[in-house]
Structure formats: C-alpha cells, structure tokens
Design a protein around this ligand. Structure first.
Ligand code: FAD
Length: 555
C-alpha cells in the first residue's frame, strides 16, 4: 500500500454536505482539507441547465442502484438513483428548494433528543446558506453561497393548477418555507442566474483555488482506517492500487444516506453479528448503522392534455434545437425550466398537526426514469406521503466494497403509510379534475378512471410507485441505543470520526431533502471548528422593535 501526505481533515464524499464542509473548513488557512469524491466533475452543460434534470434519473452520474424486492409492495424492485458526481444530489436533483415544517426540527429536538437542532436553531443555518433572489425576512436571507430563485419558465397550466387547488379548498401559498407550509404555489428553485446552483457551484467553485483545499475526483474510498477506536485516515483505490491517506485531526463521512452507512460497515463499524455474517471484521459494534432508513414514496396521476400545454413536445428534434438556442441566446424557454415548478403541501390525514402530503406538478409525462410517456402532451401530478412510519435498512451484499448495497426502504411496512399514500393520490386526482384545469386536461390516463377501489389503487401503486430520492436516517443522530452519531455529529465510541450528511437526520423532514442537508453541512462546520453556534432566530415581531414597518392605507 502506498502512503500519501497527511491532511488535517479528510471529507469522504463531495456531495451536498461534503461540498459545504470542504468550503467552510478550508476558510481557516491554518488547516488542510482533502475532499474525496467517487464520481467525476460537473463540467457537462446538462448539469447546469435547469431542464437537464430530465436526464438525471435515467442513469447519468448515478451509482445505478435498485432496492431489494419490496415485501409490502408485491415484491416490486424500484430504481434507486443516487448521485455519483461532484456536488452529489445537488448536481442532479430537480432543484426544488424546500425546508419542511418547524415541527420537523422541533420533533428532532424534543422527541429524538437532538438538543440544539430545533427549528429556530437550524433556521439560522438555512439563512446563512441562502442567497434568496426575492425574500429577505424572518425566514430568508441573501448573500449566502446557495442561489435560490423564482422559476422563470412557467406555463399557464401552472397558474391553473394553483387555481384548481383553491377550488378544492387548498389555499395559494407564495412561500412554502415561510410562516405557513400548507397550500399550493410556485416552488423556489436552487438556481442562480437561470442556472442550477448546486453545492459544488455555490461552495466549491469559488474556493477551489485555496492552497489548503485539495479536491480529488473519480476516487473511491474503500474504508476508514482505524487504530484503537480512532480514525487515522482513509484507504482509497486508485489505478488498481490501495493508498492510505492520513488525517491528523478528523475523518468526516459525507457519502450520503446510502453511501455513509455502507462505508462505516465496510470499515467494520456497525451491528457486530451482522458484519461477521458477511465476512467483515468488526472494529466497533454500533447496532444503529444502516437502520432507520426513511424515504418518501411517490405516486402520481398522469393526464393527457387538450393541446400543447406542457414541455412534452419539446423532444421533437426541431423544437429541441430551438429550445437550445433560446436558452443559449436569452436564457429562457423550456431549457430554463426545472420541469417541476409548482406544487405544494396538504393533509392526507385531516387530523395531522402539520401538512403530510407533498405535490409536484411535472410539466410533461415520462420526465423521470420508469415513468410512462404519453403519445400526446401530458402532465403529471406526483404526491408523496411525507411522514412515513415505516423504517428500512442499508446492508452489505458482501465484504467487497465494490458491491452495490442492499437498499430496503421497506415501503408500506406500516399499513398507515400505505393508507396515507393512497389518500394523497386521491387528492391529486381531485385537483386534476377541478374546473380551472378543464381547459388543459383532456382525461386521466394513469391510474385511469377505471381504477377506483383501495385494492385497485394499491395494485397501481405497487406497479408504478417511485422513490422521491429522499433517503435519510441511516446514521441517526441522538443519544439512544440506535443512535450512530451524537449531537456534535461524532460517531459514538470512535474518536476523530464524524458523519455529517442526510444520513444523520433522525426523522425525514416533510420536504425535499437538499436544503436540510446543506443546513447540516453548515451547522456541522461550526461544530467541527469548535465555533459558537449561531444564535437561534428571533422573529421581528418578538424584538419589541418600535420602527414603523407598514403604513396603514385606508381605501
Ligand atoms: C434524482 C434526485 C432528485 C432530487 N430532487 C431534489 C429536489 O428537487 N430538491 C431537494 O431538496 N432534494 C432533492 N433530492 C435530494 C437531495 O439532492 C439529497 O437529499 C442530497 O443531495 C443528499 O446530500 P448528501 O450530502 O447527504 O449526499 P449526496 O449528495 O448523495 O453526496 C454523497 C456523495 O458521496 C459520494 N460517495 C459515496 N460513497 C463514496 C465513497 N465510498 N468514496 C467516495 N465518494 C463516495 C457520492 O458519489 C456522492 O457524490 C433529489 C435527489 C436525487 C437523487
């Protein structure tokens, strides 16, 4: 094995959180930082064009994983796209900027023992990350590394969708990340100047020339090297050789909710009996590694349009050509669309304390891999139940690090989740049938009007459901016996080793998971640097501020 020069910090995985940590830790010129990413660079224009997302779930820059057969879904095997590229999920995702509900983080603090990770405390870090084009209030900020913008390529069907919600009693919401989460409206998108704003572009690109920051790509970390319950470095495979790289201060694992538990287990950290059964020598028995997998499962209604109301027909070659030119010359048109620009949050369970269903309106059919494409222009309304009770696992196929992991989200293990998913699908169907959408929607094609009973919809779900790509929880933060990391993200029982990505979330928040992961990277960087945490946010109305804020107009 060859040995390389040591670094103070080694970060494994240059995804959403790894990019944040590399940029923040290397702000200190007195320390050296190495970021190692298994995937390649994000030079390809498709990563930067908002509509490039359509290609991303179809295999580009991904590990090519699938779930194991889902026991509670008639044995279905679902495609499980996870990023393998610098910037990770933030380079290939649909760019929707959502943070969930205050209740999500207050539950982390109050029910999961994660003191200091309550809503007001994490809000300070959401704001530090943010460069919001439009909002600057209690909930939003500008000037941060992550561009957040209003969509620029919406279509009339988007407004009709928002009106349809109101016809059904779902209010219009102009900011899902503000005072109220419930309602339908336009998403804000992780974009800046009509281009994707990934963690790689926002955090790494401006800092990549720092002398104390080294970024290596196309390099797979096969294990963490341990000595007497301390992480001393990593072992990487390059040019078919093993190479040891030492960390003088810490190894920080940010390999994602599937990759992080996989790497810990490959390194002998995990449930001891299980590790032995797959031939991995045990360094540290930590039962929670790879358990507590949570994800959002997505069902969808697909309808045929009355005409060319979505972006489906842009796939015709002459329209693709024009769309490309339009974007190159004016940064407008279909290529400037994330294809999911409207959506929102509502209640599948009318007694829920906070919204539990999320909708995404897809401006076409067959946008994502595995989803049927209609012959004529179509529109898709996705609905995902956001507070699943089911818990799954990530396990190893063998002791060979190159083997794909066994991913078992265990969808619908809890009958409650199945019931709520189907409720969400029914609400999505109702929205599509409202008067406001009549000029745009010809007829429902999937599930199709003939599928009505719970059993019909269950069968439809088993055949068509897909992941929303929000795995979390597999290196759970907390203090209980199943926790993997403490509140400072240090791995229980191992020195100089932290996990700091989506895998530490004790419960999946009720939203898309990129912004919450970036928040974890931001807060994690302060914890690692030993800095005082940002003070919890105080809202303007609590500050006893006497300045006049709004004039009273009398009509
Ligand atoms: C197709 C898709 C669409 C999505 N859409 C949205 C959306 O619109 N909005 C939203 O908020 N969220 C979305 N998400 C979710 C969001 O992007 C993820 O939650 C987030 O990126 C997770 O960040 P992470 O840092 O935990 O992991 P990742 O970003 O996945 O980063 C992990 C990185 O580690 C690398 N890695 C793994 N193992 C190793 C190893 N052994 N050695 C070296 N490197 C390794 C991987 O290649 C990867 O780059 C989407 C995700 C996907 C996949």
């Amino acid at each position: 094995m060859i040995k390389s020069e040591p670094f103070d910090y080694i970060i494994v995985g240059g995804g959403s959180s790894g990019s944040v940590l590399a940029a923040r830790l290397s702000e200190d010129p007195d320390c050296t930082v190495l970021l190692v990413e298994a995937g390649g660079s994000d030079w390809h224009p498709l990563f930067h064009m908002p509509a490039g997302f359509a290609k991303m779930t179809k295999g580009m820059a991904s590990w090519g994983w699938h779930t194991v057969p889902q026991k509670h879904m008639k044995g279905s095997v679902l495609r499980y796209t996870q990023a393998k590229v610098i910037g990770g999920g933030s380079t290939i995702n649909a760019q929707l900027y959502t943070r969930g509900n205050a209740l999500d983080y207050d539950t982390w603090a109050n029910d999961e023992g994660c003191t200091g990770w309550d809503y007001r405390s994490v809000l300070a870090y959401f704001k530090r990350a943010e460069d919001n084009q439009r909002f600057a209030d209690d909930y939003h900020s500008y000037g941060g590394p992550l561009g957040v913008s209003m969509p620029v390529a919406t279509l009339p069907i988007c407004d009709a969708f928002i009106r349809a919600g109101q016809e059904l009693g779902i209010p219009h919401n102009h900011d899902f990340n503000g005072k109220q989460q419930a309602g339908l409206g336009f998403y804000q998108l992780m974009q800046r100047d009509r281009r994707r704003s990934s963690a790689s572009l926002g955090y790494l690109r401006p800092n990549q020339h720092r002398k104390n920051l080294t970024i290596i790509q196309n390099t797979f970390v096969s294990r963490i090297a341990l000595e007497n319950k301390r992480a001393k470095g990593i072992v990487v495979r390059r040019d078919n050789r093993e190479e040891m790289i030492y960390a003088t201060r810490e190894v920080i694992v940010t390999s994602g909710a599937i990759g992080s538990p996989k790497l810990l287990m490959q390194s002998g950290i995990g449930p001891a009996e299980y590790l032995k059964s797959v031939g991995v020598s045990v360094h540290h028995d930590l039962p929670g590694v790879g358990s507590n997998l949570q994800d959002h499962l997505d069902l969808f209604v697909m309808a045929e349009c009355t005409g060319d109301h979505t972006y489906d027909n842009v796939t015709k070659w002459y329209r693709t050509l024009w769309a490309g030119l339009q974007y190159l010359l004016f940064k407008s048109g279909p290529v400037a669309s994330s294809l999911f620009e409207t959506g929102g949050f509502w209640y599948a369970d009318p007694n829920a304390r906070a919204p539990d269903i999320q909708f995404h309106l897809g401006l076409g059919s067959g946008i994502e891999a595995g989803v049927a494409r209609l012959k004529n222009a179509g529109v898709t309304l996705n609905s995902a139940y956001m507070r699943p009770h089911s818990r799954g696992t990530v396990r190893l196929l063998s002791s060979d690090p190159e083997d794909a992991p066994l991913i078992d989200p265990n969808y619908w293990a809890e009958p409650h989740d199945r019931k709520m998913s189907i409720e969400g699908l029914k609400i999505a169907r109702e929205i599509m049938q409202q008067a406001a959408l009549k000029p745009f929607v010809l007829a429902e094609r999937l599930p199709g009007p003939s599928l009505k009973s719970e059993d019909d919809l269950f069968d439809y779900g088993c055949a068509n459901a897909k992941t929303d790509h929000h795995p979390v929880g597999t290196c759970k933060m907390g203090t209980g016996p199943d926790a993997v990391v403490g509140l400072d993200l240090s791995v229980h029982g191992i020195e100089a080793l932290r996990v700091a990505d989506s895998s530490v979330m004790p419960r999946v928040p009720s939203c898309n998971t990129n912004a919450p992961t970036i928040m974890i990277g931001e807060k994690g960087s302060d914890l690692i640097r030993g800095r005082e945490p940002l003070p919890p946010v105080t809202f303007a109305h609590e500050k006893n501020d006497q300045r006049p804020r709004a004039r009273q107009f009398v009509m």
